[in-house]
Every structure is written in structure tokens, then in C-alpha cells.
Design a protein around this ligand. Structure first.
Ligand code: ADP
Length: 656
């Protein structure tokens, strides 16, 4: 076995690799950016080396810096994890040139599968079915438009160098083609440095079913069954499970064969995933699935396969990389039970799933049999804007799908995260969604059910505000009762202070100014012998709310209720940034990012909902739209500029 490994990655996957490496007695070497100096994976590794500043292109993506650490630390192998350099053939080559084992396939296999167009042509030759479409070299807009027309709408535009759902656009009619193409090309150029795209027929009622394969250097290739990753948002996986609901022995056999053929066609070695799209209109049928791409690395969702096979895929990767043969053949394998994984993200489902950053004031997960949590952060850590905002993968394994989904829903219900907004309630609703549970779903399921899943603005959580405000009042009482000068007069307004505490004067009312989710809200605070109580104008507060939790943090309190978080602070006019509070016509950057395009000019008349500008962050484009009809009064940032979260971008003067 290899005696050491450098992990060229970060976060949860770095932690996960370190755990297995340690169990196998390997020395673990971490590399990290400045932003990750205090990260969990850095703590866990036997040694850690700084390789550069926060942006990945200056640290995690710099092959030379990583190879330098590998040589100096005497690493016997490098594990690339997923993302970053994991699918860069040059990285595998650099390892080979330095006599270091790359825990992954040969560079030639990465290259063969690296571009979606070439990969399709290659597997097609090996007899694997592919989606009809155009995957040639010509990239002129007119030509591609003609191709899309010939293929027939709806079509999907995909980045040739794509991954992670980026640079992908569904187009339903000819008139929308050109704008979608330009946007896909922009995203592709910025995310992958390659603007080329291909056009595919959009498969109707698509199910995403992928096959985990494993190959060794002795010519053995097996598959470890399938995973269903059809629950997606913007083509990114949200929930993954194994086996796939509705899978038949014939279909598994056909897909397994196609996947191992694809792997053999490129001389594959190690762990890989062959992704297929299945036309799910009549359930899974062996004659209706098509190759999409092969990911030449470990996948995010590998834990569900580990759960149903009892295998440690990272251990197998190390064994294969050290030249061992696979310890089993296909006939030895049979799936055991059902596993489901949910990706817990720092994002706000009520605001279009915008990534949410900041300190994790609380982070806690349930434990138990059949529950696995893969995370790279702890309470007190920051979710930064530099990397993928995933907080954890929550995995449940049980004898049946029903039980696995129940278990996952229960774990999500008991998960505590305070600080960034998260999708925890959304994930739980997904686990409980009737049609999903009944196996009636495809990749459009989330989009079609977005409202029922609670991913729409839901307004003020009045019970949470009341609980938060009462907590703040109580804190003020305690602070002043400790003999310090009253911090404000809001409590004293209801009575007076004496040596033995706060004396109430009948029932007294006073206004309590709060900052709720960053906006000012005045509530009525009243005191009587039972203590303070809160009334929120226009929002009835149900008495005796249960299942509510208050976490101190961020200069106030964070109230968690039914998977939602409400931030409540005492309003302090001296610290509030009035700049950012003016009017409804102010359009701010929703997050840190780059302003890639501004479509309007000062003085121009705009309609509510009109696209004003595009901010790109985390390699995704976010359109900024006019909040009302009006006239552009100011453009505060230029295309190409970096903008901070909350920065003014455009000011609209509302029409009378
Ligand atoms: P990426 O490499 O960016 O992840 P994929 O090619 O793997 O892109 O596709 C991601 C997802 O997009 C799939 O899981 C599926 O939901 C959807 N998709 C891809 N191709 C098609 C298609 N031809 N028709 C319908 N949906 C598709």
C-alpha cells in the first residue's frame, strides 16, 4: 500500500479522504489556501501546507504549487477529490512525471472523456447509445441555430468542457435560441475557459441515472450499480439515491454493460461514473437511456453506493492506485437496502437559492444507525464566498426506500444550522413529497413543485421575530440588572430598576425598534406582571410556539423554526447602514461576484421584471431585474467590476 497521500482538495471531501487514508496507515498531507488556514481538513491532516490566496485559481488550481509541496513532503500519491484538478489530464501527467501515484485514471482516459463532444463520439463507436444532437466543431450562432431547428425543440445547449450544470441552457423555441446561446457561451468561457457548446435534443421526462464503475490495472472492470440523481435544480444534484426507483434487472444489466463498455473504450482505471439520461415517460426502459458523459473521478454522491455495497470507494481507489487487483468480481456484488443523500447547502431557497455566506453560529447533526454525515465544517467556521457553499452531505441507509427517506427526513428535522441560510427545510420537504416517494418524478420535479417545497419568499415569520425580540429584551434586562448602566431605555420604559430587580408599573406599552433580516421593523412591547410580550403590527403571533430555537450570533439572535432562520437585532441607528436602506428601486448585488453585463443606461425607461444586469458568482449567472416600472436613475457599477454583496448596482426611480 502507498505510505502517504497529498490531498489536492478541501472541505468535506478532503476530510473524507483523510479518514480512510488514516485507517489504512497512510501519512496525510493537506494543501490549503489562506481562506482555509483554520479549516477542519487542515486540522485533521498530519501536515498542512499553504499554497496561496483564497481564489482557487491562485491556490487549489495551481498544479506547480501542489507538485512542489508533493515533492518536498515526499508524497507517494495524490488524491484529487472531485472538482478542482480532478479531471485535468495535465495534473495526472505531472504526477506521473514526478513518480507520484495519481489516485485516478490515466491522463489519456481523462482526456478522452474530458470534452463532451469527443466522449460522445467515442462511446457511440463502442456501441453505447447517445442523445441525438450536434457535437461538431462549428460554433457560429447562425449555424447552431439551424442545427437546433433541425434537431427540434426543446433542445439543450451544453458547454463542451462543461460540468456541474454550468453553461447549460434549455431552449424551448427558436426565438429564444440566440440569447440562451450567448449566455451559455459566456458561462462556459468563464467557468471552463472554453466557450464551445454542443446542442442536444432535450429528453422528455428525463431521469438521471448513473452507473458507478471500478477498474483496476489488471483488466478487471465492474460496476457497483446505479444511482438516481434526478432531483436537480439548475441541473445540479440535490438528492441522490441508490438503487434507482423502478430499476429492473434488465435495465440494470443493460446500463451496467454500457457503462463498463464505455470505461473499457478509454482504458479506464480506478473509480468512475458513467452518467446516463433515461426517458422516464413510461418508467425505466432498457431501450430508452442515453450516455451523457463520464466523470473520471470520485463523485460527490459516492456515499450512497458505499452504503448499499458496504465498500469504501476511497480505499478501493488507493488499492487500485498501488497496483492491487479488485478484490471481487461482478458476481460477488449485490445491493443491500436503500440509501439516500441530501446536499445541505448554505443558500436561501426563499431568494432563488442564492448562496449565503458567513459564520456558522451553530451546527449540529443527529447521530444514529444508518446515518452518515460528511462535512468539512464545524460550528464557528465561516462559509466563505470563495468555494462551493456545501455544508454537509446527509446520508441515510435503511432496508427499504420508504424507511431511508423517513430516516433522512428525521435527521434533517433535527439538524441545527444557524448563520447562513440553508436549504434544510427544502430538503426535508423533498423527502416527504408524495410524488417523489411514489416514484413519480423526473429532473423537472423540483422546478414544477418549487412553491409546494417552500422555495418562494414566505414573508415574516412573526413567531420567530417575537421569540427573538423577547430574548433580546431579556438579555437587556440581565445586562442592566447586573449593575451596568442601562444600555437603552426600552426596558426601563415599562417600570423602574431597584436593587432586587425590575419593578413593573402596571401594564406599559412601548415601541421596540428591531432589525429583522436587515430591515427595520417596529413592534409593540408591553410589560405586565408576567414579563414582556410582543405584538407585531399586522402579524398575529400564535402563543406557545414549539420547535423553536434561539441562537445568539451576528450581533443579535438567530431564531430557527421549521427549518427557517430569522435574524433579529435591536435597531441601533448608529450602526445601521442607511446607504443600503433607501427605497424599493435600489437594485443591489445579491452576492459577491463580478458584474459581467449591464443592459441598461441612465435615463432609460424600464419595466418591472426587466433584466438590468448580470452578476456572476460561483460560476453561475444571476440576473438583476427591475423591481418596479420606472426610469434608470443611476448605474453605480461598470460591467467587468467586482461587486460586494449588497453593493448598489442600479437605482430605478419608480414611475408615478
Ligand atoms: P454537467 O456535466 O454540467 O453536470 P450533464 O451533461 O451531466 O452536465 O447534465 C446534467 C443534467 O442536465 C442531467 O443530470 C440532466 O438532468 C440534464 N440533462 C442533460 N442532458 C439532457 C438532455 N439531453 N435532455 C434533458 N436533460 C438533460
Amino acid at each position: 500500500m502507498l505510505d502517504s497521500v497529498l490531498i489536492a482538495n478541501r472541505g468535506e471531501i478532503a476530510c473524507r479522504i483523510i479518514r480512510t487514508a488514516r485507517r489504512l496507515g497512510m501519512r496525510t498531507i493537506a494543501v490549503h489556501s489562506e481562506a482555509d488556514a483554520d479549516a477542519l481538513f487542515v486540522d485533521m491532516a498530519d501536515e498542512a501546507h499553504l499554497i496561496g490566496p483564497a481564489p482557487a485559481r491562485d491556490s487549489y488550481l495551481v498544479i506547480d504549487k501542489i507538485m512542489d509541496v508533493a515533492r518536498k513532503s515526499g508524497a507517494a500519491s495524490i488524491h484529487p477529490g472531485y472538482g478542482f484538478l480532478s479531471e485535468r489530464a495535465e495534473f495526472a501527467e505531472a504526477c506521473a512525471a514526478n513518480g507520484i501515484a495519481f489516485v485516478g485514471p490515466p491522463a489519456s482516459a481523462i482526456r478522452a472523456m474530458g470534452l463532451k463532444d469527443a466522449a460522445k463520439a467515442l462511446v457511440e463507436k463502442a456501441g453505447v447509445p447517445v442523445v441525438p444532437g450536434y457535437h461538431g466543431d462549428r460554433q457560429q450562432a447562425d449555424f447552431l441555430r439551424q442545427k437546433a431547428y433541425e434537431i427540434g425543440f426543446p433542445v439543450l445547449i451544453k458547454a463542451v468542457a462543461g460540468g456541474g450544470g454550468k453553461g447549460m441552457k434549455r431552449v424551448d423555441k427558436l426565438a429564444e435560441f440566440e440569447e440562451a446561446l450567448a449566455s451559455a457561451q459566456r458561462e462556459a468561457a468563464s467557468a471552463f475557459g472554453d466557450p464551445r457548446v454542443l446542442i442536444e435534443k432535450y429528453v422528455l421526462s428525463p431521469r438521471h441515472v448513473e452507473i458507478q464503475i471500478f477498474a483496476d490495472t489488471h483488466g478487471n472492470v465492474v460496476h457497483l450499480f446505479e444511482r438516481d440523481c434526478s432531483l436537480q435544480r439548475r441541473h445540479q444534484k440535490v438528492i441522490e439515491e441508490a438503487p434507482a426507483p423502478g430499476m429492473t434487472p434488465e435495465m440494470r444489466e443493460a446500463m451496467g454493460r454500457a457503462a463498463t463498455e464505455a470505461a473499457r473504450a478509454v482504458g479506464y482505471v480506478g473509480a468512475g461514473t458513467v452518467e446516463f439520461i433515461a426517458d422516464g415517460r413510461e418508467g425505466l426502459r432498457p431501450d430508452r437511456f442515453y450516455f451523457m458523459e463520464m466523470n473520471t473521478r470520485l463523485q460527490v454522491e459516492h456515499p450512497v453506493t458505499e452504503a448499499i455495497t458496504g465498500l469504501d470507494l476511497v480505499e478501493l481507489q488507493f488499492r487500485v492506485a498501488s497496483g492491487e487487483a479488485l478484490p471481487f468480481v461482478q458476481a460477488d456484488l449485490a445491493p443491500d437496502g436503500h440509501a439516500v443523500e441530501a446536499r445541505l447547502y448554505a443558500e436561501d431557497p426563499e431568494k432563488g437559492f442564492l448562496p449565503s455566506t458567513g459564520r456558522l453560529w451553530a451546527l449540529q447533526f443527529a447521530e444514529g444507525e444508518g446515518i452518515r454525515i460528511d462535512t468539512g465544517v464545524e460550528a464557528g467556521d465561516e462559509v466563505t464566498p470563495f468555494y462551493d457553499p456545501m455544508i454537509a452531505k446527509v446520508i441515510a441507509h435503511a432496508p427499504t426506500r420508504e424507511e431511508a427517506l423517513d430516516k433522512l427526513a428525521a435527521v434533517l428535522r433535527d439538524t441545527i444550522v444557524a448563520g447562513p441560510k440553508t436549504n434544510v427545510a427544502f430538503l426535508r420537504k423533498l423527502c416527504e413529497a408524495e410524488d417523489f416517494r411514489a416514484g413519480r418524478f423526473d429532473t423537472g420535479f423540483i422546478d414544477r413543485n418549487i412553491e409546494a417545497l417552500g422555495a418562494v419568499p414566505r414573508g415574516l415569520d412573526a413567531a420567530a421575530v417575537a421569540a427573538g425580540a423577547l430574548m433580546l429584551v431579556q438579555q437587556e434586562e440581565e445586562r442592566t440588572a447586573l449593575g451596568r448602566a442601562p444600555h437603552s431605555d426600552l426596558v426601563a420604559a415599562g417600570g423602574w430598576w431597584e436593587d432586587d430587580g425590575f419593578q413593573l408599573l402596571g401594564r406599559r406599552h412601548t415601541g421596540l425598534p428591531l432589525l429583522v433580516e436587515g430591515a427595520r421593523l417596529d413592534v409593540d412591547l408591553s410589560f405586565d406582571r408576567n414579563g414582556p410580550s410582543i405584538e407585531i403590527p399586522g402579524h398575529p403571533v400564535a402563543p406557545g410556539e414549539h420547535g423553536l430555537m434561539v441562537v445568539e450570533g451576528d450581533g443579535g439572535v438567530l431564531v430557527l423554526r421549521e427549518g427557517r432562520q430569522t435574524s433579529v437585532k435591536l435597531y441601533d441607528p448608529f450602526t445601521v447602514d442607511l446607504e443600503h436602506m433607501d427605497g424599493d428601486g435600489l437594485v443591489k448585488a445579491p452576492m459577491h461576484g463580478k458584474l459581467v453585463a449591464v443592459f441598461v443606461e441612465a435615463g432609460q425607461t424600464v419595466e418591472k421584471g426587466q433584466r438590468l444586469a448580470v452578476v456572476e458568482a460561483m460560476k453561475m449567472e444571476h440576473a438583476l431585474v427591475a423591481p418596479c416600472d420606472g426610469v434608470v436613475a443611476e448605474i453605480a457599477a461598470e460591467a467587468g467590476a467586482q461587486v460586494a454583496e449588497g453593493a448598489r448596482v442600479v437605482l430605478i426611480r419608480a414611475a408615478e
